[in-house]
Design a binder for this molecule. Structure first.
Ligand code: LLP
Length: 460
């Protein structure tokens, strides 16, 4: 089948998730629409769990990859905890049924309100009225299992808010190991010039400064070196740096209970150069096993590897046109719907949902054929960067054809925007029971709602 893809397959020339035809889904709820195959997510989760079983690692799903409530709930039901980076993601994880103790709260810019919500269950004012959260009562839900702390300044704020609330905050310090993940410059996070974490030399001082604080428990180390990382060596380097640090901290009287290794494992977008998930686990297991045997808890934060392969974006061709040598397929999805090609020059395999005999090729290099033509698949947005895929070989297209953009389950919907006043797409999940519309398409009324009540500010 199509390289890297999980949960979708062509059957009799039509793309399906199980027995559900994606052409039928598009007819029922329009385009652009994200479709997720629950079966594929389960398969990826099983692979991750199996790979890391020797270390007994806890899986905290990085919600930012695909924060849809039902996707989170599904992963929760499979046993995942959640890794969140905002008050919004925190509430989603809670609403998805995740106990606070199974949530880790990361992110460089936590506000006092978000810290308070994570400690006490108070709703952040940023989240709107509690009614919008369908009556979920956060009272008494307890503090998050772990804060992944990015700076001394943040630790001071957590200490301040925790003292005010009289709640103890369990914290891990995010270490910047200064390793090169060899990922795209925008998704590399482990070099010292990146804004993330505290440099190795600075970590002991931070532990010293907060040792014995009545409302802080500094009990962990955390690292996340980047995303779509296609090599395992930087993980080995990062783990070595962390274990060395752990030894030094423990000699000075700290006790480290947990080590979070972040996420970042690559998926195969078609070029065939992503290692299997187990390769990442196998590379660091020998280093970590002796520590795990002595009681260390390993935590992982995979996002992309759990959901990317199980999502497709459905888009309809609105116009076809030629300009010089180029042939354009202008679609109703674009950089507002899937920004990865525009932002990171990412390649997503694209193929018609209904393709008759034109079986899609494996991966990115289609077999040359007279039936294929090369298209720049673009969107409706007024930017030259508005591209879904350049030079995509496909069967000859007609206006109205439905296309599937594959491997779009991670950082697709979560990175959409309303640019050019376009609503966000609908989302559908296909389970063994059938297809469910889980997110309505956003309307212009939704967009205008926040502009309906202009009022003079009371600045006194
Ligand atoms: N943990 C932390 C602290 C992170 O910052 C991230 C992702 C993850 C875990 C999950 O990483 P993953 O397993 O998904 O690679 N928008 C970009 C990816 C940005 C990743 C941000 N942080 C893209 O579309 O490629």
């Amino acid at each position: 089948m199509i390289r890297g893809v999980r949960g979708f397959a062509y059957d009799d020339g039509v793309l399906k998730a199980g027995r559900i035809s994606l052409a039928d889904v598009a007819r029922a709820c329009g385009t652009p629409t994200y479709v997720y195959a629950a079966r594929g997510i389960r398969e990826a989760h099983e692979e991750v769990v199996a790979a890391w079983a020797p270390l007994g690692a806890k899986i905290h799903y990085a919600v930012k990859a695909c924060s849809n409530l039902r996707v989170c709930r599904f992963l929760r039901e499979l046993g995942a905890g959640m890794d969140v980076v905002s008050g919004g993601e925190l509430e989603r994880s809670w609403l998805a049924g995740t106990p606070m103790s199974d949530i880790s709260f990361a992110g460089v810019g936590k506000t006092d309100e978000e810290i308070a919500a994570a400690l006490s269950g108070a709703h952040s004012p940023l989240l709107g009225s509690p009614q919008t959260l369908r009556g979920a009562d956060p009272t008494g839900r307890g503090p998050v299992g772990l804060f992944n702390v990015e700076s001394r300044s943040e630790l001071e704020r957590i200490a301040h808010v925790a003292s005010r609330l009289g709640v103890r905050a369990r914290c891990a310090v995010r270490v910047n190991p200064d390793v090169d993940a060899k990922a795209h410059a925008y998704t590399s996070t482990g070099r010292k010039e990146n804004k993330f974490g505290i440099d190795v030399a600075g970590v002991p001082g931070v532990f010293d400064a907060f040792a014995g604080h009545p409302f802080l428990e500094l009990i962990g180390l955390h690292v996340h070196i980047g995303s779509q990382v296609k090599v395992v060596e930087p993980y080995v380097e990062a783990v070595e740096a962390l274990l060395d640090l752990l030894g030094r901290l423990e000699t000075h009287g700290s006790h480290i209970e947990s080590l979070s290794l972040g996420g970042g494992w690559a998926v195969d977008y078609g070029s065939g150069d992503a290692p299997p998930i187990r390769a990442y686990a196998e590379a660091v297991t020998p280093l970590l096993a002796p520590f795990v045997a002595k009681g260390l808890q390993v935590i992982l934060e995979p996002g992309r590897s759990l959901v990317a392969a199980s999502g497709v974006l459905l888009t309809r061709v609105q116009h076809l046109k030629e300009s010089g040598e180029r042939r354009f397929a202008i679609c109703d999805a674009g950089m507002h719907t899937l920004i990865r090609p525009a932002l990171y020059q990412a390649r997503h395999f694209i193929w018609p949902v209904v393709c008759g005999a034109s079986t899609p090729p494996r991966g990115e290099s289609p077999i040359a054929s007279e039936d294929l033509a090369t298209y720049d698949v673009v969107g409706p947005i007024c930017e030259t960067s508005d591209v879904l895929g350049n030079e995509c070989a496909m069967p000859r297209l007609a206006r109205g054809d439905l296309l599937a953009v594959f491997m779009a389950g991670a950082y697709g919907m979560t990175m959409t925007s309303n640019y050019n006043d376009r609503g966000r797409p609908a989302e559908v999940i296909v389970t063994d029971e059938g297809a469910v519309l889980v997110t309505e398409r956003q309307t212009l009324a939704d967009l205008l709602a926040t502009e309906e009540n202009p009022r003079p500010l009371d600045l006194d």
